[in-house]
Design a protein around this ligand. Sequence first.
Ligand SMILES: NC(=O)c1ccc[n+]([C@@H]2O[C@H](COP(=O)([O-])OP(=O)(O)OC[C@H]3O[C@@H](n4cnc5c(N)ncnc54)[C@H](O)[C@@H]3O)[C@@H](O)[C@H]2O)c1
Length: 310
Amino acid sequence: MKILVTGGAGFIGSNIVDAYIDHGCDVAVVDDLSTGDHSFVNKKAVFYNCRIQDEALDNIFFRFQPDVVNHHAAHINLRHSVVNPIYDAENNIIGSLNLLKNAVKYRTKKIIFSSTGGAIYGEPDSLPVSEKTPAVPLSPYGAAKLSVEHYIRIWHLLHGLDYTIFRYPNVYGPRQNPEGEAGVIAIFALQMLSKKTPTIFGDGTKTRDYLYISDVVQANILALEKGSCETLNLGWGQEVSDQNVYDCVSKALEFNRKPNYSLPRPGEVNRIALNSDRAVQSLNWSPEITFPAGVKRAVRYYIEQKKKYR
Ligand SMILES: NC(=O)c1ccc[n+]([C@@H]2O[C@H](COP(=O)([O-])OP(=O)(O)OC[C@H]3O[C@@H](n4cnc5c(N)ncnc54)[C@H](O)[C@@H]3O)[C@@H](O)[C@H]2O)c1
């Protein structure tokens, strides 16, 4: 199977590329390296340094002729999307439309899309949210992701393109960029390793659902064969507070200082957790790495990185 992975030099995309190659797939990566790292790109993948919104994407599709597009390229900084929504939309909406246009032109069978459960449900009345909960994003980033979900659904109706849309919770683990939508574990770990005291925005009670990278990768493998025309939450369905994250990371690093606290930031939701029953049913997927176990693994990675770049 030939799979084009957009964002395959980034945190989640590069881990998926490795797994697809181990699975025996031919993989091409399209990434503009805006936040990605070329050293993360698997040597067995063909690499194209290109923005998904560029005309040059046509030629890449022409040469590679993918069966499946796994779409992970995005401008992922939610707070920047509040300040610069046009830049966010150019990358996340226009770029995705260019991808869909080429997918149809070159007869791609399926698209797997990384949407966000953390930023499209707004502040729901009850948690964990299922996919039936109305999507009311509070940020341009969330609005862009939701609009791409609609375009994909419409592309299925108009052109028969198959899809699986994943609504991720906060994903964490090796290679995560601390600048990202959900990079709090990376941020805390790297600051603590540099003996800096991290800041919690708000009073520490804000909650997120955290999923370790290998569980996300597994869902993307299963979606190659299952989950046709489905929109699926991934997550544990459990809320983990910012204070909890701080305590867990500081315990793993034996860091004894209390955090600083600052004002909450605009565009961010207060509480979220995702019910993934539908993914369990449709993909036969379930998460395996618990939060404390995942934090230990992630922290080990940042300790190794710190040693490498010292
Ligand atoms: N990390 C999370 O917790 C999380 C949660 C929900 C959804 N997502 C989604 O998963 C995807 C991957 O996120 P990540 O955490 O790995 O982020 P990341 O920044 O590590 O990866 C994104 C990759 O896309 C590339 N890219 C960005 N804009 C591009 C463009 N216009 N053209 C080509 N390449 C471009 C970047 O260089 C980077 O390599 C994103 O679509 C993100 O919105 C992530």
